[in-house]
Design a protein around this ligand. Structure first.
Ligand code: AMP
Ligand code: GLY
Length: 423
């Protein structure tokens, strides 16, 4: 098989790395890829992002399967475009299905009509109504921009004044905004990534992300600073509830709306102290960095799974096979992220780290014309280690992290801290 992976982050490096572990996969192309995918054997970067160029590449390179990584091309209709212009199999929902992530108001309405447990909330088209709702509800309260915002469109407001300010900012930036305001929920978050072919939906092992920049979950939200899998918070009982209360109903609701969804449905869940689950959001793609922690544990060949989703044969596959190890992923970011940061810093130590047994996925890197590997983004590297248990994996991952260097690097030293806190 020849596979085209679309995207340029750590998630796409991890997907390409995993796909290439299978003998069935002859070659992977990544568009546009990064410094890490450039160095993988049997992998080639294609400097393309425009839809017509991607369709042309499908034909030129005789691609069998396209795997779409990020939400942006999905929300712009890459799947619809490739369906129209090529015969290729595609893993990733159409534009309509991608609204699950691209429009929080659409997604909220879908959850409400499917009876999926979620925070109480309402959608507003003007600041006056939004503000009187906030006054009536009181704080803490959560204000969400409707569209894609790379993890930065949500304000968890602890005071009414903060919530009002968030509403003002959203409507000042875009007077045509839709704003979702919802009840503040307390608890522990978990990410469920489920694969679907539009008829069957199967969960991968649960993972826990760390969204805040600061240790002990303080400071600004980011795209994710580290993850581990499996997350023991999701026991057999909770797992059953997630399937029955979230995954089956979301798929049924999509079917009701005639949306042919083939790809990942990612449910971001809050588990309350009473062990009740609520959906915070849906995403229409693999989580980043959750995927980097989940894929090293997967024993079923990844291309078989993705192809079964594209071919609508997921029900025919045997149950997914998983190693019983634990994986931990630590994100190394540029100092200043998620605010301003400087790019182009020389990265050293990758081979030394890998000699210690960790895997280093590249998130924001590139190779300069002089052949040097440099930083090219906020999240730069994802270091992943597996172990017999969480503490072994954590020890290994931080040994790997210690080998890596670039000027002004930043990472959280407490990935998985809730596990050690709870035990
Ligand atoms: P979202 O993009 O909707 O997942 O929101 C980003 C982050 O904001 C989540 O991962 C949570 O940490 C936080 N968040 C979102 N909705 C709520 C809520 N209703 N209550 C508390 N925190 C929330
Ligand atoms: N790690 C959060 C996300 O992928 O949205």
């Amino acid at each position: 098989m020849k596979i085209l992976v679309i995207g340029s982050g750590g998630r796409e490096h991890a997907l390409s790395w995993k796909l290439l572990k299978s003998e069935q996969v002859e070659q992977v192309f990544v568009a546009p890829g990064n410094g890490g995918t450039a160095k993988l054997a049997k992998c080639q970067n294609l400097p393309l992002t425009e839809f017509p160029d991607l369709a042309q590449a499908v034909t030129n390179y005789d691609i069998d399967l396209v795997v779409v990584g990020p939400e942006l091309p999905l929300s712009l209709g890459i799947t619809d475009y490739l369906q129209k212009h090529t015969q290729v199999k595609i893993f990733g929902p159409t534009r309509q299905g991608a609204q699950l992530e691209a429009s929080k108001s659409w997604s909220k309405a879908l959850m409400q009509s499917a009876g999926i447990p979620t925070a109480r909330g309402a959608t507003f088209t003007n600041s006056r109504d939004a503000k009187s709702y906030i006054q009536a509800q009181g704080a803490p309260i959560v204000v969400k921009a409707d569209g894609l915002a790379a993890g930065k469109g949500v304000t968890v407001a602890m005071t009414i004044a903060d919530a009002m300010e968030a509403v003002d900012t959203l409507f000042e930036t875009n007077p045509k905004s839709l704003v979702v305001i919802e009840e503040y929920l307390e608890g522990e978050e978990v990410s469920i990534l489920a694969l679907t072919d539009g008829q069957t939906i199967r969960s991968l092992v649960p993972a826990q992300d760390h969204k805040r920049i600061g240790e002990k979950d303080t400071g600004s939200n980011t795209g994710g600073m580290g993850a581990y899998a499996p997350a023991p918070l999701v026991d057999a009982e909770l797992s059953k509830q997630i399937q029955q209360q979230v995954l089956n109903p979301v798929l049924k609701e999509l079917q009701k709306r005639n949306i042919d969804y083939r790809g990942v449905i990612y449910a971001g869940l809050m588990i309350t102290p009473q062990k009740q689950l609520k959906v915070l959001e849906f995403n229409s793609r693999f989580g980043d960095p959750e995927t980097q922690a989940i894929l090293p544990l997967l024993e079923t060949p990844l291309e078989e799974l993705l192809l079964a989703c594209a071919n609508q044969t997921l029900a025919e596959l045997p149950p997914l096979s998983w190693s019983n190890k634990t994986a931990v992923c630590v994100v190394i970011a540029s100092g200043g992220y998620p605010g301003q940061y400087v790019q182009g810093k020389i990265i050293t130590g990758i081979e030394t780290a890998e000699a210690q047994g960790v895997t280093v996925f590249h998130a924001g890197t590139k190779i300069t014309p002089e052949g040097e590997l440099v930083t090219a983004g906020g999240r730069v590297l994802n270091v992943v280690a597996t172990g017999e248990n969480f503490s072994q994996a954590r020890e290994r991952v931080y040994q790997g992290v210690a080998c890596l260097d670039f000027e002004d690097k930043y990472y959280r030293r407490d990935i998985g801290y809730r596990l050690t806190q709870n035990s």
